[in-house]
Design a binder for this molecule. Structure first.
Ligand code: 2HG
Ligand code: ZN
Length: 474
């Protein structure tokens, strides 16, 4: 069991990074103790900002010896409280921000080695500067860091085409709990030498080791893009359209995002500069994007033909294909502003869940009935990555309704929604992770054998339990 650090340990940790690379005043520590959603407010005696893997190694060596808990901290954009210390005041924070170098970009190998503290946007820019694409894409990419993306196995809006963060990794550098550095920064597409150890650290939220750098896959830059905003009358028609588009365009279908009418209305109302280019009143909207590295693909024509055919068959109510980059960006802004609009609208209950793609209509129908029954003060705001079967099945407090009653019902509603998800063979955390928020629910729902394997791995890799205690596993 970790224990509070002594004064000597704290001094040794400060010396390990040197002056200017640690904070211990309440004022300086403020950004490190509250999570993005303000669900948790912790206490810490010290935040360390190492500059390289050697310093991270030294820190963990000391913490392991003295049994001091370490909470890794990236861009702090996570939704589950994984990067926030607990209230005990005994966990130190380790910020990755200064490990922010692009170590090497191998254009001919379509890969790059990049450190954990680079933001996702910095990773994308480094790739673009070499005429390549790093395809992970999400609303918080200007702040979220690669280490956090890896540790939560981030998803976003291009998973349909490129997969999640795990699918984009060729190798990792990881500092283990005792300070040893596992350097496996290979850039190989094929490597069948034993267990896939690196994969253990992806999605582990810093509980098995601290990722300091990664070798990531790159792709050709899109040279032709077609973006459309499409109105449909039901999630089933949206799925029919997805199937039709994938038959016609295969993997060129990069993005297929669903938004209910309420999401669009709130975004237009609350976020400056957002407009709905389609006639008001559609029940559901889709943001669809097709991309190809071939500049002569004429994706706009393909998308126009398919949408016209879908309209004739009664699948599509209305559609607009962007004819300029500005118009395409405006459509993206509409989608990416939904979380912000929901924040402005007031209290909400969030459920980041996934089911097999074909079960999404049932999830929405049965989930909405649960909300009407168990949280009648709320309106369903279920939107997200339909192409991946991942909905942010959120519920927003109706203006004027009783927020205390609404929030009190949160736990019961969550359990009912998770039961529904389980019955559909889904996941209670599709892309935001477990952190502290879902640790108890996860423990009670995971396959017991799988959970015991996870606990065995934790004991093996972190026998003193110093790495991000209380997150993922209870
Ligand atoms: C998104 O897809 C993010 O916009 C945030 O994953 C989801 O705020 C949410 O619930
Ligand atoms: Zn999402």
């Amino acid at each position: 069991m970790p224990r509070p650090p002594s004064r000597d340990t704290l001094n040794e940790l400060k010396a390990a990074v040197g002056s200017g690379s640690w904070f211990d005043s309440q004022e300086d520590l403020a950004p490190y103790i509250v999570d993005f959603r303000r669900l948790y407010r912790g206490v810490t005696p010290l935040a360390l900002l190492p500059r390289d893997a050697a310093q991270v190694s030294k820190i963990l060596e000391i913490c392991n010896r003295d049994e001091v808990a370490v909470v890794p901290h990236g861009g702090n954009t996570g939704y589950c409280g994984a990067a926030t210390p607990d209230e005990s005041g005994s966990q130190i924070v380790l910020s990755m921000r200064r490990l922010n170098r692009v170590r090497r970009l191998y254009a001919a190998n379509d890969s790059m080695i990049i450190e954990a503290g680079c933001t996702l946007a910095e990773a994308q820019t480094a790739a673009r500067d070499a005429d390549r694409l790093f395809p992970l894409s999400l609303g918080s990419e200007g702040t979220a860091q690669i280490g956090g993306n890896l540790s939560t196995n981030a998803g976003g809006t291009a998973v349909l085409r490129y997969g999640m963060m795990r699918d984009l990794v060729l190798g990792l550098e990881v500092v283990l709990a005792d300070g040893r550095v596992m350097s496996s920064l290979k850039s190989l597409r094929k490597d069948n030498t034993g267990y896939d150890v690196k994969s253990l650290f992806i999605g582990a939220e810093g509980t098995l080791g601290l990722i300091t750098a990664a070798s990531l896959k790159l792709f050709p830059l899109p040279a032709d893009t077609a973006t459309a905003l499409v109105a449909v009358d039901s999630p089933q028609h949206a799925l029919d359209l997805l199937s039709m588009l994938r038959t016609a365009a295969g993997d060129q279908v990069t993005t297929f995002e669903l938004m209910p009418r309420l999401a669009v209305e709130l975004t237009v109302k609350h976020v400056a500069g957002v407009a709905n280019p389609l006639a008001q009143g559609a029940a559901w909207y889709l943001l669809i994007e097709l991309t190809s590295p071939n500049p002569r693909q004429n994706l706009a024509a393909l998308l126009t033909d398919e949408l016209q055919r879908a309209a004739t068959e009664g699948m599509v109510e209305d559609a607009l294909i962007a004819t300029s980059i500005a118009q395409s960006l405006a459509m993206w802004k509409l989608r990416e502003s939904v979380p912000e609009a929901q924040r402005h609208h007031g209290a909400s209950l969030k459920h980041d869940i996934s089911v097999p793609v074909s079960s999404v209509p049932k999830l929405i129908e049965d989930g909405s009935a649960l909300v009407r029954r168990l949280a009648p003060e709320g309106d369903v705001l279920g939107y997200g990555h339909l192409g991946d079967g991942n909905l942010h099945f959120n519920v927003s407090l109706r203006p004027g309704a009783d927020s205390t009653a609404f929030l009190r019902r949160g736990e019961q509603l969550e359990r009912a929604i998770f039961d529904l998800v389980d019955s559909l063979g889904g996941s209670i955390s599709a892309e935001h992770g477990i952190g502290r928020l879902k640790a108890a629910e996860f423990a009670s729902r995971a396959d017991p054998v799988e959970l015991s394997v996870m606990r065995d791995l934790k004991r093996t890799l972190d026998p003193k339990g110093i790495l991000n205690p209380g997150k993922v596993l209870t």
